[in-house]
Design a protein around this ligand. Structure first.
Ligand SMILES: NC(=O)C1=CN([C@@H]2O[C@H](COP(=O)(O)OP(=O)(O)OC[C@H]3O[C@@H](n4cnc5c(N)ncnc54)[C@H](OP(=O)(O)O)[C@@H]3O)[C@@H](O)[C@H]2O)C=CC1
Ligand SMILES: O=C(O)CCC(=O)C(=O)O
Length: 482
Protein backbone atom coordinates (compact mmCIF):
# COMPACT_ATOMS: atom_id res chain seq x y z
CA UNK A 1 0.00 0.00 0.00
CA UNK A 2 2.89 2.39 0.82
CA UNK A 3 4.08 2.17 -2.80
CA UNK A 4 0.83 3.68 -4.01
CA UNK A 5 1.04 6.68 -1.71
CA UNK A 6 2.19 10.08 -2.91
CA UNK A 7 5.49 11.40 -1.60
CA UNK A 8 5.82 15.02 -0.46
CA UNK A 9 9.29 16.53 -0.55
CA UNK A 10 11.12 19.44 1.02
CA UNK A 11 11.42 22.80 -0.71
CA UNK A 12 15.02 23.99 -0.57
CA UNK A 13 16.47 26.77 -2.70
CA UNK A 14 13.37 26.78 -4.92
CA UNK A 15 13.62 23.03 -5.70
CA UNK A 16 11.61 20.10 -4.42
CA UNK A 17 14.43 17.95 -3.03
CA UNK A 18 13.79 14.20 -2.74
CA UNK A 19 14.63 12.91 0.74
CA UNK A 20 16.07 9.45 1.48
CA UNK A 21 13.52 8.82 4.22
CA UNK A 22 9.82 9.51 4.46
CA UNK A 23 7.26 9.14 7.23
CA UNK A 24 3.59 8.33 6.85
CA UNK A 25 1.12 11.11 7.70
CA UNK A 26 -1.65 9.21 9.48
CA UNK A 27 -5.26 10.30 9.99
CA UNK A 28 -5.97 10.22 13.77
CA UNK A 29 -9.67 9.54 13.09
CA UNK A 30 -8.79 6.42 11.12
CA UNK A 31 -5.27 5.06 11.34
CA UNK A 32 -5.84 2.96 8.21
CA UNK A 33 -6.02 6.19 6.23
CA UNK A 34 -2.52 7.39 5.34
CA UNK A 35 -2.49 10.81 3.67
CA UNK A 36 0.94 10.44 2.12
CA UNK A 37 4.62 9.93 2.75
CA UNK A 38 6.35 13.10 3.87
CA UNK A 39 10.09 13.77 3.72
CA UNK A 40 12.01 13.10 6.90
CA UNK A 41 15.26 14.91 6.31
CA UNK A 42 18.53 14.86 8.22
CA UNK A 43 20.73 17.75 9.33
CA UNK A 44 22.34 18.06 5.87
CA UNK A 45 19.02 19.43 4.56
CA UNK A 46 19.29 22.24 7.10
CA UNK A 47 22.78 23.02 5.79
CA UNK A 48 21.43 23.21 2.24
CA UNK A 49 18.50 25.38 3.30
CA UNK A 50 20.81 27.77 5.15
CA UNK A 51 23.08 28.03 2.09
CA UNK A 52 20.04 28.76 -0.12
CA UNK A 53 18.76 31.38 2.32
CA UNK A 54 22.18 33.01 2.53
CA UNK A 55 22.28 33.30 -1.24
CA UNK A 56 18.81 34.88 -1.28
CA UNK A 57 18.81 37.11 1.79
CA UNK A 58 20.38 40.28 0.44
CA UNK A 59 18.11 40.56 -2.56
CA UNK A 60 14.97 39.74 -0.57
CA UNK A 61 15.88 42.24 2.16
CA UNK A 62 16.20 44.88 -0.59
CA UNK A 63 13.02 43.86 -2.42
CA UNK A 64 10.25 46.44 -2.68
CA UNK A 65 7.34 46.41 -0.24
CA UNK A 66 5.08 45.95 -3.27
CA UNK A 67 6.90 42.71 -4.20
CA UNK A 68 6.49 41.31 -0.69
CA UNK A 69 2.88 42.47 -0.51
CA UNK A 70 2.01 40.77 -3.78
CA UNK A 71 3.57 37.44 -2.74
CA UNK A 72 1.77 37.32 0.62
CA UNK A 73 -1.50 38.55 -0.85
CA UNK A 74 -1.41 35.82 -3.50
CA UNK A 75 -0.94 33.13 -0.85
CA UNK A 76 -3.75 34.64 1.23
CA UNK A 77 -6.07 34.60 -1.78
CA UNK A 78 -5.19 31.00 -2.66
CA UNK A 79 -5.83 29.81 0.89
CA UNK A 80 -9.24 31.49 0.92
CA UNK A 81 -10.19 30.19 -2.53
CA UNK A 82 -9.31 26.60 -1.56
CA UNK A 83 -10.34 26.69 2.11
CA UNK A 84 -12.57 23.60 1.88
CA UNK A 85 -9.79 21.52 0.30
CA UNK A 86 -7.09 22.62 2.75
CA UNK A 87 -9.48 22.62 5.72
CA UNK A 88 -10.35 19.01 4.89
CA UNK A 89 -6.67 18.10 4.76
CA UNK A 90 -6.20 19.80 8.14
CA UNK A 91 -9.09 17.85 9.66
CA UNK A 92 -7.72 14.66 8.15
CA UNK A 93 -4.16 15.03 9.40
CA UNK A 94 -4.72 16.71 12.78
CA UNK A 95 -8.22 15.71 13.83
CA UNK A 96 -9.89 19.12 14.15
CA UNK A 97 -13.49 19.07 12.96
CA UNK A 98 -14.17 20.11 9.36
CA UNK A 99 -15.63 23.44 10.49
CA UNK A 100 -12.59 24.11 12.66
CA UNK A 101 -10.23 23.05 9.85
CA UNK A 102 -11.88 25.37 7.33
CA UNK A 103 -12.01 28.16 9.91
CA UNK A 104 -8.30 27.76 10.65
CA UNK A 105 -7.48 27.83 6.92
CA UNK A 106 -9.40 31.11 6.63
CA UNK A 107 -7.49 32.43 9.62
CA UNK A 108 -4.21 31.57 7.83
CA UNK A 109 -5.51 33.38 4.74
CA UNK A 110 -6.36 36.47 6.78
CA UNK A 111 -2.93 36.41 8.43
CA UNK A 112 -1.20 36.38 5.03
CA UNK A 113 -3.37 39.24 3.82
CA UNK A 114 -2.84 41.24 7.02
CA UNK A 115 0.95 40.98 6.67
CA UNK A 116 0.73 41.74 2.96
CA UNK A 117 -0.64 45.10 4.14
CA UNK A 118 2.02 45.43 6.83
CA UNK A 119 4.73 45.05 4.17
CA UNK A 120 3.41 48.31 2.68
CA UNK A 121 3.10 50.06 6.03
CA UNK A 122 6.70 49.81 7.22
CA UNK A 123 7.76 53.20 8.48
CA UNK A 124 10.87 54.67 10.01
CA UNK A 125 11.21 57.43 12.53
CA UNK A 126 12.99 60.70 11.84
CA UNK A 127 14.00 62.45 15.07
CA UNK A 128 15.75 65.65 16.00
CA UNK A 129 19.10 65.10 17.62
CA UNK A 130 19.82 66.63 21.02
CA UNK A 131 22.92 68.06 19.29
CA UNK A 132 22.87 70.76 16.59
CA UNK A 133 22.94 69.97 12.84
CA UNK A 134 22.48 66.24 13.27
CA UNK A 135 19.58 64.16 11.97
CA UNK A 136 18.68 60.93 13.67
CA UNK A 137 16.85 58.22 11.75
CA UNK A 138 15.48 55.02 13.28
CA UNK A 139 14.63 52.21 10.84
CA UNK A 140 13.67 48.56 11.11
CA UNK A 141 15.76 46.08 9.14
CA UNK A 142 15.21 42.34 8.63
CA UNK A 143 16.78 40.04 11.21
CA UNK A 144 18.18 37.81 8.45
CA UNK A 145 17.52 34.07 8.32
CA UNK A 146 14.70 33.01 10.62
CA UNK A 147 14.10 29.42 11.76
CA UNK A 148 10.47 28.56 12.50
CA UNK A 149 9.62 25.46 14.55
CA UNK A 150 5.88 24.82 14.71
CA UNK A 151 3.54 22.42 16.57
CA UNK A 152 0.85 20.06 15.36
CA UNK A 153 -2.18 21.65 17.02
CA UNK A 154 -2.62 24.61 14.63
CA UNK A 155 -0.86 23.16 11.58
CA UNK A 156 -1.80 25.93 9.14
CA UNK A 157 -2.45 29.01 11.30
CA UNK A 158 0.75 28.90 13.35
CA UNK A 159 3.10 28.43 10.36
CA UNK A 160 1.14 31.25 8.68
CA UNK A 161 1.50 33.67 11.56
CA UNK A 162 5.25 33.07 11.69
CA UNK A 163 6.00 32.89 7.93
CA UNK A 164 3.92 35.91 6.86
CA UNK A 165 5.55 38.52 9.14
CA UNK A 166 9.00 37.01 8.56
CA UNK A 167 8.66 37.47 4.79
CA UNK A 168 6.80 40.79 5.02
CA UNK A 169 9.72 42.32 6.93
CA UNK A 170 12.33 40.98 4.47
CA UNK A 171 13.66 37.86 6.18
CA UNK A 172 14.44 34.48 4.64
CA UNK A 173 12.69 31.54 6.28
CA UNK A 174 13.43 27.91 7.13
CA UNK A 175 10.28 26.18 8.40
CA UNK A 176 10.29 22.89 10.31
CA UNK A 177 6.70 21.82 10.91
CA UNK A 178 5.62 19.20 13.47
CA UNK A 179 6.27 15.66 12.42
CA UNK A 180 2.61 14.71 13.03
CA UNK A 181 1.15 17.35 10.68
CA UNK A 182 3.44 18.19 7.76
CA UNK A 183 0.61 18.34 5.19
CA UNK A 184 -0.60 21.89 5.85
CA UNK A 185 2.96 23.24 5.94
CA UNK A 186 3.56 21.56 2.58
CA UNK A 187 0.45 23.34 1.24
CA UNK A 188 1.85 26.72 2.27
CA UNK A 189 5.21 25.87 0.69
CA UNK A 190 3.47 24.93 -2.58
CA UNK A 191 1.43 28.14 -2.59
CA UNK A 192 4.49 30.29 -1.94
CA UNK A 193 6.37 28.49 -4.72
CA UNK A 194 3.44 28.87 -7.14
CA UNK A 195 3.13 32.55 -6.27
CA UNK A 196 6.73 33.12 -7.38
CA UNK A 197 8.61 33.22 -4.09
CA UNK A 198 12.29 33.58 -5.11
CA UNK A 199 14.47 30.48 -4.54
CA UNK A 200 15.89 30.30 -1.02
CA UNK A 201 13.60 32.96 0.44
CA UNK A 202 11.29 30.30 1.88
CA UNK A 203 12.55 26.78 2.62
CA UNK A 204 10.57 23.86 4.01
CA UNK A 205 12.56 21.21 5.88
CA UNK A 206 10.38 18.40 7.22
CA UNK A 207 12.02 15.97 9.63
CA UNK A 208 12.28 15.05 13.30
CA UNK A 209 12.52 17.82 15.86
CA UNK A 210 15.43 16.08 17.56
CA UNK A 211 17.35 16.13 14.24
CA UNK A 212 16.17 18.95 11.98
CA UNK A 213 14.91 21.20 14.81
CA UNK A 214 18.10 20.73 16.81
CA UNK A 215 20.23 21.46 13.74
CA UNK A 216 18.31 24.67 13.07
CA UNK A 217 18.48 25.92 16.65
CA UNK A 218 22.23 25.21 16.82
CA UNK A 219 23.07 26.60 13.38
CA UNK A 220 25.22 29.74 13.73
CA UNK A 221 23.91 31.24 10.46
CA UNK A 222 20.26 31.13 11.55
CA UNK A 223 19.77 34.48 13.23
CA UNK A 224 16.50 33.93 15.07
CA UNK A 225 14.21 31.09 16.17
CA UNK A 226 10.45 31.34 16.65
CA UNK A 227 9.02 28.28 18.40
CA UNK A 228 5.60 27.10 19.53
CA UNK A 229 5.28 23.83 21.43
CA UNK A 230 6.00 22.20 24.76
CA UNK A 231 7.65 23.81 27.78
CA UNK A 232 10.46 21.22 27.80
CA UNK A 233 11.46 21.83 24.17
CA UNK A 234 11.00 25.59 24.57
CA UNK A 235 13.29 25.67 27.60
CA UNK A 236 15.95 23.75 25.72
CA UNK A 237 15.73 26.11 22.73
CA UNK A 238 15.93 29.15 25.05
CA UNK A 239 19.14 27.85 26.63
CA UNK A 240 20.82 27.19 23.29
CA UNK A 241 19.72 30.51 21.79
CA UNK A 242 20.80 32.36 24.93
CA UNK A 243 24.25 30.80 24.70
CA UNK A 244 24.49 31.63 20.98
CA UNK A 245 23.07 35.18 21.45
CA UNK A 246 20.35 34.31 18.97
CA UNK A 247 17.03 36.14 18.93
CA UNK A 248 14.31 33.82 20.26
CA UNK A 249 10.54 33.84 20.64
CA UNK A 250 8.77 31.02 22.51
CA UNK A 251 5.07 30.23 22.83
CA UNK A 252 4.56 27.31 25.18
CA UNK A 253 1.89 25.91 27.41
CA UNK A 254 -1.02 27.24 29.42
CA UNK A 255 -3.13 26.28 32.44
CA UNK A 256 -5.70 28.89 31.69
CA UNK A 257 -8.25 29.88 34.34
CA UNK A 258 -11.87 30.67 33.55
CA UNK A 259 -13.61 32.30 36.51
CA UNK A 260 -17.40 31.98 36.77
CA UNK A 261 -18.88 34.33 39.34
CA UNK A 262 -22.27 34.02 41.03
CA UNK A 263 -23.64 36.88 38.91
CA UNK A 264 -22.64 35.25 35.60
CA UNK A 265 -25.28 34.57 32.98
CA UNK A 266 -25.30 30.77 32.64
CA UNK A 267 -26.39 31.06 29.01
CA UNK A 268 -23.07 32.86 28.39
CA UNK A 269 -20.80 31.02 30.85
CA UNK A 270 -21.72 27.45 29.92
CA UNK A 271 -21.13 27.79 26.14
CA UNK A 272 -17.94 29.78 26.80
CA UNK A 273 -16.59 27.05 29.10
CA UNK A 274 -17.76 24.24 26.80
CA UNK A 275 -15.95 25.86 23.87
CA UNK A 276 -12.83 26.86 25.77
CA UNK A 277 -12.38 23.54 27.53
CA UNK A 278 -13.38 20.90 24.99
CA UNK A 279 -13.42 22.29 21.43
CA UNK A 280 -10.47 21.35 19.24
CA UNK A 281 -10.31 18.34 21.61
CA UNK A 282 -8.78 20.64 24.25
CA UNK A 283 -5.58 20.73 22.19
CA UNK A 284 -5.11 24.49 22.46
CA UNK A 285 -2.55 26.28 24.59
CA UNK A 286 -5.37 28.75 25.31
CA UNK A 287 -7.82 26.04 26.50
CA UNK A 288 -9.76 26.71 29.72
CA UNK A 289 -8.39 23.88 31.81
CA UNK A 290 -9.24 25.35 35.24
CA UNK A 291 -12.84 26.40 35.75
CA UNK A 292 -12.89 28.47 38.93
CA UNK A 293 -16.51 28.67 40.03
CA UNK A 294 -18.09 30.65 42.86
CA UNK A 295 -20.14 28.63 45.38
CA UNK A 296 -23.52 30.22 44.70
CA UNK A 297 -23.58 29.25 41.02
CA UNK A 298 -21.40 26.12 41.31
CA UNK A 299 -24.07 23.41 41.31
CA UNK A 300 -26.22 24.92 38.57
CA UNK A 301 -23.12 25.56 36.44
CA UNK A 302 -21.73 22.04 36.90
CA UNK A 303 -25.10 20.48 36.14
CA UNK A 304 -25.53 22.51 32.92
CA UNK A 305 -21.93 22.06 31.76
CA UNK A 306 -22.01 18.31 32.42
CA UNK A 307 -25.22 18.00 30.41
CA UNK A 308 -23.76 19.97 27.49
CA UNK A 309 -20.45 18.09 27.64
CA UNK A 310 -22.14 14.71 27.58
CA UNK A 311 -24.20 15.77 24.55
CA UNK A 312 -21.08 16.60 22.50
CA UNK A 313 -20.68 14.28 19.53
CA UNK A 314 -17.20 12.77 19.48
CA UNK A 315 -16.31 11.25 16.14
CA UNK A 316 -14.48 11.22 12.85
CA UNK A 317 -13.20 14.72 12.14
CA UNK A 318 -14.42 14.49 8.55
CA UNK A 319 -18.02 13.76 9.58
CA UNK A 320 -19.82 17.15 9.47
CA UNK A 321 -21.89 16.15 12.53
CA UNK A 322 -18.78 15.71 14.71
CA UNK A 323 -18.18 18.34 17.39
CA UNK A 324 -15.08 16.84 19.03
CA UNK A 325 -12.54 15.12 16.81
CA UNK A 326 -9.91 12.61 17.89
CA UNK A 327 -6.83 13.22 20.01
CA UNK A 328 -3.85 13.77 17.71
CA UNK A 329 -2.03 10.45 18.33
CA UNK A 330 -1.68 7.46 20.61
CA UNK A 331 1.03 9.10 22.75
CA UNK A 332 -1.10 12.17 23.48
CA UNK A 333 -4.15 9.98 24.17
CA UNK A 334 -2.18 7.83 26.63
CA UNK A 335 -0.97 10.97 28.37
CA UNK A 336 -4.58 12.25 28.64
CA UNK A 337 -5.78 8.90 30.00
CA UNK A 338 -2.95 8.96 32.56
CA UNK A 339 -4.19 12.35 33.74
CA UNK A 340 -7.70 10.92 34.14
CA UNK A 341 -6.17 8.29 36.45
CA UNK A 342 -4.16 10.98 38.27
CA UNK A 343 -7.41 12.92 38.81
CA UNK A 344 -8.96 9.84 40.41
CA UNK A 345 -5.89 9.25 42.56
CA UNK A 346 -6.10 12.88 43.71
CA UNK A 347 -9.69 12.18 44.84
CA UNK A 348 -11.40 14.23 42.15
CA UNK A 349 -14.82 13.06 40.99
CA UNK A 350 -14.33 12.19 37.31
CA UNK A 351 -17.10 12.42 34.74
CA UNK A 352 -16.21 10.96 31.31
CA UNK A 353 -12.63 10.83 30.05
CA UNK A 354 -12.62 7.21 28.86
CA UNK A 355 -11.19 5.99 25.57
CA UNK A 356 -13.92 5.50 22.98
CA UNK A 357 -13.95 2.71 20.40
CA UNK A 358 -15.84 4.03 17.35
CA UNK A 359 -16.39 2.59 13.85
CA UNK A 360 -12.89 3.52 12.68
CA UNK A 361 -9.60 2.80 14.44
CA UNK A 362 -8.71 6.22 15.88
CA UNK A 363 -7.69 8.04 19.03
CA UNK A 364 -11.07 9.00 20.46
CA UNK A 365 -11.67 10.15 24.01
CA UNK A 366 -14.83 11.23 25.80
CA UNK A 367 -14.53 14.77 27.20
CA UNK A 368 -13.77 14.75 30.93
CA UNK A 369 -14.80 16.99 33.80
CA UNK A 370 -12.93 16.73 37.12
CA UNK A 371 -15.07 17.90 40.04
CA UNK A 372 -14.22 18.72 43.66
CA UNK A 373 -10.65 19.66 42.79
CA UNK A 374 -8.27 22.16 44.35
CA UNK A 375 -5.52 24.21 42.81
CA UNK A 376 -2.67 22.22 44.39
CA UNK A 377 -3.51 19.03 42.48
CA UNK A 378 -1.29 17.95 39.58
CA UNK A 379 -4.28 18.07 37.26
CA UNK A 380 -4.50 21.78 38.01
CA UNK A 381 -0.78 22.56 37.77
CA UNK A 382 0.34 20.65 34.66
CA UNK A 383 -0.84 21.21 31.10
CA UNK A 384 -2.87 18.17 29.97
CA UNK A 385 -3.59 19.27 26.37
CA UNK A 386 -6.66 17.08 26.00
CA UNK A 387 -10.45 17.36 26.36
CA UNK A 388 -10.26 17.64 30.15
CA UNK A 389 -11.33 20.43 32.49
CA UNK A 390 -11.24 20.81 36.28
CA UNK A 391 -13.76 22.62 38.42
CA UNK A 392 -12.36 24.47 41.45
CA UNK A 393 -14.95 25.86 43.87
CA UNK A 394 -14.20 29.28 45.44
CA UNK A 395 -15.98 31.55 47.91
CA UNK A 396 -15.63 35.02 46.43
CA UNK A 397 -14.03 37.14 43.69
CA UNK A 398 -10.81 37.74 45.64
CA UNK A 399 -10.27 34.00 46.10
CA UNK A 400 -11.10 33.38 42.42
CA UNK A 401 -8.51 35.93 41.32
CA UNK A 402 -5.86 34.50 43.64
CA UNK A 403 -6.47 30.95 42.37
CA UNK A 404 -6.49 32.14 38.75
CA UNK A 405 -3.05 33.71 39.22
CA UNK A 406 -1.63 30.83 41.26
CA UNK A 407 0.01 28.99 38.34
CA UNK A 408 3.37 28.77 36.59
CA UNK A 409 1.67 29.81 33.34
CA UNK A 410 0.14 33.08 32.14
CA UNK A 411 -1.21 32.82 28.61
CA UNK A 412 -4.96 33.47 28.67
CA UNK A 413 -7.42 34.12 31.53
CA UNK A 414 -11.18 34.54 31.42
CA UNK A 415 -14.03 35.69 33.61
CA UNK A 416 -17.79 35.30 33.23
CA UNK A 417 -19.62 37.96 35.23
CA UNK A 418 -22.36 40.54 34.92
CA UNK A 419 -20.38 42.96 37.06
CA UNK A 420 -18.41 45.73 35.39
CA UNK A 421 -16.44 46.21 38.60
CA UNK A 422 -15.24 42.59 38.78
CA UNK A 423 -14.59 42.41 35.05
CA UNK A 424 -12.49 45.57 35.23
CA UNK A 425 -10.50 44.42 38.26
CA UNK A 426 -9.92 41.01 36.65
CA UNK A 427 -8.68 42.60 33.42
CA UNK A 428 -6.20 44.65 35.41
CA UNK A 429 -5.00 42.00 37.85
CA UNK A 430 -5.00 38.78 35.84
CA UNK A 431 -1.38 37.72 35.33
CA UNK A 432 -1.87 36.68 31.72
CA UNK A 433 -1.03 37.97 28.26
CA UNK A 434 -4.66 37.79 27.13
CA UNK A 435 -7.84 38.38 29.16
CA UNK A 436 -11.35 37.47 28.05
CA UNK A 437 -14.60 38.77 29.58
CA UNK A 438 -17.70 36.65 28.93
CA UNK A 439 -15.78 34.88 26.14
CA UNK A 440 -13.88 31.57 25.93
CA UNK A 441 -10.18 31.77 26.86
CA UNK A 442 -9.40 30.24 23.43
CA UNK A 443 -10.12 31.64 19.99
CA UNK A 444 -8.26 34.83 19.28
CA UNK A 445 -8.26 37.50 16.57
CA UNK A 446 -5.52 37.37 13.93
CA UNK A 447 -4.58 41.07 13.92
CA UNK A 448 -3.70 41.75 17.56
CA UNK A 449 -0.84 40.55 19.79
CA UNK A 450 -0.81 36.94 20.93
CA UNK A 451 1.31 35.69 23.81
CA UNK A 452 1.60 35.28 27.54
CA UNK A 453 3.57 35.82 30.71
CA UNK A 454 5.46 33.66 33.21
CA UNK A 455 6.16 30.13 31.90
CA UNK A 456 3.91 30.47 28.86
CA UNK A 457 5.91 32.76 26.61
CA UNK A 458 9.30 34.30 26.17
CA UNK A 459 10.39 37.09 23.87
CA UNK A 460 8.36 39.58 21.85
CA UNK A 461 4.69 38.99 21.07
CA UNK A 462 3.46 37.26 17.92
CA UNK A 463 0.82 38.55 15.50
CA UNK A 464 -0.53 41.93 14.59
CA UNK A 465 1.74 44.94 14.31
CA UNK A 466 3.67 43.75 17.39
CA UNK A 467 5.20 40.96 15.27
CA UNK A 468 7.65 43.56 13.93
CA UNK A 469 9.49 43.47 17.26
CA UNK A 470 10.70 39.94 16.62
CA UNK A 471 11.08 39.90 12.85
CA UNK A 472 13.04 43.15 12.59
CA UNK A 473 16.04 44.69 14.22
CA UNK A 474 16.28 48.41 14.85
CA UNK A 475 19.03 50.63 13.41
CA UNK A 476 19.62 54.19 14.58
CA UNK A 477 21.70 56.33 12.22
CA UNK A 478 23.13 59.81 12.79
CA UNK A 479 23.94 62.21 9.98
CA UNK A 480 25.91 65.43 10.50
CA UNK A 481 24.38 67.92 8.12
CA UNK A 482 26.27 71.04 9.20
N1 LIG B 1 1.81 25.62 23.16
C1 LIG B 1 1.27 24.87 22.23
O1 LIG B 1 0.53 25.36 21.41
C2 LIG B 1 1.62 23.43 22.18
C3 LIG B 1 1.93 22.73 23.32
N2 LIG B 1 2.24 21.42 23.23
C4 LIG B 1 2.51 20.68 24.48
O2 LIG B 1 3.61 19.82 24.30
C5 LIG B 1 3.25 18.46 24.57
C6 LIG B 1 4.05 17.54 23.66
O3 LIG B 1 3.81 17.81 22.28
P1 LIG B 1 5.01 17.72 21.23
O4 LIG B 1 4.48 17.77 19.86
O5 LIG B 1 5.88 16.56 21.59
O6 LIG B 1 5.79 19.10 21.53
P2 LIG B 1 7.23 19.52 21.09
O7 LIG B 1 7.61 20.73 21.86
O8 LIG B 1 8.16 18.36 21.16
O9 LIG B 1 7.05 19.86 19.53
C7 LIG B 1 6.88 21.16 19.00
C8 LIG B 1 7.81 21.33 17.81
O10 LIG B 1 9.17 21.29 18.26
C9 LIG B 1 9.89 20.30 17.51
N3 LIG B 1 10.96 19.78 18.35
C10 LIG B 1 10.95 18.69 19.15
N4 LIG B 1 12.15 18.54 19.75
C11 LIG B 1 12.93 19.56 19.32
C12 LIG B 1 14.27 19.95 19.59
N5 LIG B 1 15.05 19.27 20.44
N6 LIG B 1 14.77 21.04 18.98
C13 LIG B 1 14.00 21.76 18.14
N7 LIG B 1 12.73 21.42 17.83
C14 LIG B 1 12.19 20.35 18.43
C15 LIG B 1 8.82 19.30 17.15
O11 LIG B 1 9.24 18.44 16.10
P3 LIG B 1 8.61 16.94 16.00
O12 LIG B 1 7.17 17.11 15.81
O13 LIG B 1 9.30 16.38 14.82
O14 LIG B 1 8.97 16.27 17.28
C16 LIG B 1 7.69 20.22 16.77
O15 LIG B 1 7.92 20.75 15.49
C17 LIG B 1 1.74 18.45 24.37
O16 LIG B 1 1.15 17.42 25.10
C18 LIG B 1 1.35 19.81 24.88
O17 LIG B 1 1.24 19.79 26.28
C19 LIG B 1 2.30 20.78 22.02
C20 LIG B 1 1.99 21.42 20.85
C21 LIG B 1 1.61 22.82 20.86
O1 LIG C 1 -6.93 29.95 20.81
C1 LIG C 1 -6.47 30.29 19.71
O2 LIG C 1 -7.16 30.87 18.87
C2 LIG C 1 -5.03 30.02 19.39
C3 LIG C 1 -4.44 28.95 20.24
C4 LIG C 1 -3.08 28.60 19.88
O3 LIG C 1 -2.43 29.31 19.15
C5 LIG C 1 -2.44 27.39 20.39
O4 LIG C 1 -3.10 26.59 21.04
O5 LIG C 1 -1.24 27.19 20.08
Amino acid sequence: MRDTLDSFENLIGGKWVAADDHRPNVNPSNTEDVIGLYASADASAVERAVAAAQAAREEWAASTPQRRHDLLDAVGNALAARKEEFGTLLAREEGKTLAEGIGETMRASQVFKFFAGEALRQAGDLQSSVRPDIDVEVVREPVGIVGLVTPWNFPIAIPAWKIAPALAFGNCVILKPADLTPGCAHVIARLLDEAGCPPGVFNLVMGRGSIVGEAMVNHPEIDAISFTGSVATGNRIAEICGRMKKKVQLEMGGKNPMVVLDDADLSVAVPACLNGTFFSTGQRCTASSRLIVQSGIHDAFVEALTREMQALKVGDALDPATQIGPVVDEKQLRSNLDYVEIAKSEAAEVIGGERLELETPGFFQAPALFLGTDNTMRINREEIFGPCGSVIRVGDFEEALAVANDTDFGLSAGICTGSLKYARTFRRKAQAGMVMVNLPTAGVDYHVPFGGRKGSSYGPREQGRYAAEFYTTVKTSYVFAG
